[in-house]
Design a protein around this ligand. Structure first.
Ligand SMILES: Nc1ncnc2c1ncn2[C@@H]1O[C@H](COP(=O)(O)OP(=O)(O)O)[C@@H](O)[C@H]1O
Ligand SMILES: [Mg+2]
Length: 522
């Protein structure tokens, strides 16, 4: 690496010894958080072949990372680029000779891992709904209980039949047509019997008006899978594009880019779903995971956890478990990026301030800056703020006979230390890193990344080309997933789908120029 001097300030952050205690990067917009994370921290992890998963709510992280990889010397780049999986969550539209084609990486909502109970599968999704629509928690009987009571039965029945969330609507609206399949699933999956009995008994016996009332809340939460063809492919496919175990085994570097999910409700649902999907795996890998750590990055944490004093108990609780419990124990090294020292509820702010790596940039939050300053900068009782003249009067004449030192009070020192955050320029940070596992960072050092990748910014056209190439290389075509979904809805055999979905069809024209396959220097 030719930039040794420029990355020196980051070295304490790169050490393995404190990574298990996680890192947070906090600074005002434009301070350089995403840039340093993508071009330095993530690139480092990718080069040392640490498996990596990044949640990128706005796309900036992916742009900087792909741009930085593109600028690597070709022999190093090849090793990294082969392991990159870029996921444009909203699907990547590609012009082909025959028109448009959209590529996605499916992450089925009703995916059942080996040995998982139907109930766990159902609750993984219902818990995402609960988090994504906080209003449901306080909507009484029409809220979460209404969604869950019908949702758990429908989902368990669907999973037992090998179906996806995309069939939920049809199952509820045309239950009679599903009788045969429901009965066979009941035989094959005794765990689903109560759910199927409910659908074929109590639910089927309801009058249309009663059914409508029973299903209204749930159907509203899943209407997007019916209305949006890309979401239908993305979340309805039979198998995930890749499993997280594969990510670890193959030391992949996966970017989940939400930039094109323009509807904010859907973006939040998508991010929560992904987060839940990752969490299930992080928990399941157990302490064995420590032998093969993986890096987990979240840019703009505010997209996952709502900002403000109001505590979103469920999500805050998930994060706290990740940081304090199984993240550390199961070898998941988390890095979160956010904007304000006091951005979240009190407990989350404290939790973030106790992570092992703290990279703190410019802040306009005076109170937050003082609180952090109080923790990291010790009171210096010898700090003089000035001299005070001492006078005496001799025979009616005033004489200045001495100067007395005046010391700063703890409060005054704290105010001054707080200003250090307010005065930080772009790419300048205060850095604190725990020396070893179990310790907290005890002081902050001023570091500058101004010389790092100076003048190198994400080049829009290059990055767009790479995003397209990567989605074509690794993604699946929406049209072929739709064919599978149609076959599944009509009761066709759905077991053959997984195999053919992964291989690109013959008529796919090769991308015009495979940027990373060439030896050219850029
Ligand atoms: N093409 C460019 N030319 C000059 N400056 C740029 C360019 N692209 C981004 N920047 C600057 O890089 C800075 C750091 O961006 P970034 O790391 O994304 O900030 P943030 O802390 O909000 O994540 C921004 O303040 C922006 O002004
Ligand atoms: Mg940013």
């Amino acid at each position: 690496m030719s930039q040794v001097a420029a990355i020196t300030p980051a070295l304490p952050l790169l050490k393995r010894s404190s990574r298990g205690m996680h890192r947070r990067i906090c600074a005002a917009p434009g301070a350089g958080k995403t840039r340093i994370t993508a071009r330095l921290l993530m690139l480092w992890d990718a080069m040392i072949e640490l498996p990596l998963i990044a949640i990128d709510p706005i796309g900036a992280l992916s742009d900087d990372f792909l741009d930085a990889v593109d600028r690597l010397p070709p022999d190093i780049r090849r090793g990294v680029s082969e392991r990159i999986t870029y996921v444009n969550v909203a699907g990547q539209e590609v012009e082909t000779d025959s028109g448009h084609e959209t590529y996605v990486h499916p992450f089925p909502i009703l995916y059942r891992a080996d040995g998982e109970s139907l109930y766990s599968v159902a609750y993984r999704y219902l818990s995402v709904i609960e988090r994504a629509f906080p209003a449901l928690q306080s909507a009484g009987i029409l809220g979460m209980p209404a969604v869950a009571s019908i949702g758990e039965n429908v989902i368990m029945a669907l999973v037992a039949m090998g179906c996806g969330i995309t069939e939920a609507r049809d199952l509820l609206l045309n239950t009679e047509r599903w009788e045969g399949r429901l009965r066979s699933a009941r035989e094959a999956e005794p765990e689903a019997a109560p759910a199927i009995d409910y659908l074929l008994g109590e639910y089927k016996a309801m009058k249309p008006e009663e059914r409508r009332r029973e299903t209204l809340s749930f159907l509203r939460r899943i209407s997007m899978f019916h209305l949006d063809p890309v979401l239908r492919a993305q979340y309805g496919a039979a198998a995930p594009s890749f499993t997280l175990k594969q990510v670890v085994d193959e030391r992949r570097c996966v970017l989940f880019d939400f930039r094109n999910v323009l509807n904010l409700e859907q973006r939040r649902l998508g991010i929560l779903w992904l987060y839940q999907y990752c969490n299930t795996y992080f928990r399941a890998r157990g302490p064995q995971g420590k032998h093969q750590p993986l890096a987990f990055y979240i840019d703009e944490l505010g997209y996952l956890l709502p900002s403000g004093k109001e505590r979103d108990k469920l999500i805050a609780g998930d994060l706290s478990d990740l940081f304090s419990l199984y993240g550390r124990n199961n070898g998941v090294w988390v890095t979160v990026i956010h904007q304000d020292l006091q951005q979240f509820d009190e407990a989350t702010n404290v939790l973030l301030s106790r992570l092992g790596g703290q990279l703190l940039g410019a802040s306009a939050d005076v109170k937050g800056a003082r609180e952090i300053a109080e923790r990291f900068f010790r009171f210096n009782k010898h700090q003089i703020k000035g001299l005070e003249p001492v006078y005496t009067t001799i025979e009616g004449v005033v004489h200045h006979i001495d100067d007395r030192k005046v010391y700063q009070s703890p409060q005054e020192q704290n105010i001054e230390h707080g200003y250090r955050f307010l005065d930080l320029e772009q790419f300048h940070f205060l850095l604190g890193v725990a020396r070893r596992e179990g310790q907290l960072p005890t002081h902050l050092d001023h570091v500058s990344f101004a010389a790092f990748d100076r003048g190198k910014f994400a080049r829009g056209t290059v990055v767009d080309e790479l995003r397209t190439l990567l989605m074509i290389r690794d993604g699946q075509r929406v049209s072929s997933i739709h064919e599978e979904l149609a076959a599944r809805l009509s009761g066709g055999d759905d077991r053959v789908r997984v195999a053919h979905a992964a291989s690109p069809p013959d008529d796919q024209p090769p991308p015009s120029r495979r940027r990373w396959d060439t030896e050219d220097e850029i």
